[in-house]
Design a protein. Sequence first.
Length: 334
Amino acid sequence: MSSPQTTTDLDAVAEAIRSHDRFLVTTHENPDGDALGSLLAAKLALDALGKDVVMYLSGETPLPREYAWMPLGNLRRSLPDDAADRVLLALDCANESRLGPDPEVLASAPLVVNVDHHHDNSRFGAINAVVADASSTGEIVRDLLRGLDVELTPDMAEALYIALVTDTGRFQYTNTTPKALRLAAELVEAGADVHKIFQGVYESVQFAKLKLLARALERAQIYEGGRLVISYLLRGDFAEVGAAEPYSEGIIDYLRAVEGADMAALIREPPRGDAPARRVSLRASADELDVSKIARASGDGGGHRQAAGFSSSDSIEEITEFIRREYIDAARAS
């Protein structure tokens, strides 16, 4: 692999795409809307350019049900035999560990291209296009397609709209920039069906997810005078209500919405016993609070200033105390 370089104008990424024919396009494990939307849009665009493209996602965890209607039928969950012959295009992935446990993903690739908007991205690619002020990776992918002279189709526009609308919290988070809103209009003009996307993503909640939410809300506790909200989900909760791991997606937003809360945390035990002991999601309401620093302090995490996460083998009580300590330090520094 060549020495890393960083670009924000995407010229190096576009040139790499023009000069290669075979690609493995991937994103982080346990993907969200930005990850899947960016993945699908990039795949469709590379198809339009006549490239040989395989979509790959590490792990066996089912995709979140709110994205099950997306046309991701060709998504592979195991590496193709010819992965070593394909340029790896990693999207919305802050560091190499989030690509999954298979080291062959990076080690065998002839070229690794890293396109992302996380400000703490580790620049693990030979080419790194990290645009920290972009609303979403989908926004960066749109700029890339423009540079490649790829005309937006309705399917591409819908994939990019999913990336945009989910990562901006339906255009409510602080990353909702004028550029993001202009992009939304462009995608609608290109054929994105806003109503279909809204119904698919936000109005297809499974009853089991509501039961899981109820357990998280019942266990929620406030700390530091109400400025910090923490809750947890046990492995048994998933089994008892009939929920898969992706059903926990979005629950933390209910915790963050508590009046007076600067930050919320959700600790969850994955349903599978062989998975990392516990995963932790962090969200900030206060603009000056950087929860990605708290995630990095754990030794196994990262993310955005207002949305981050980490994994830990500590007990729920130990993780709670760690979050409280780090929150106090972060609040003092802000």
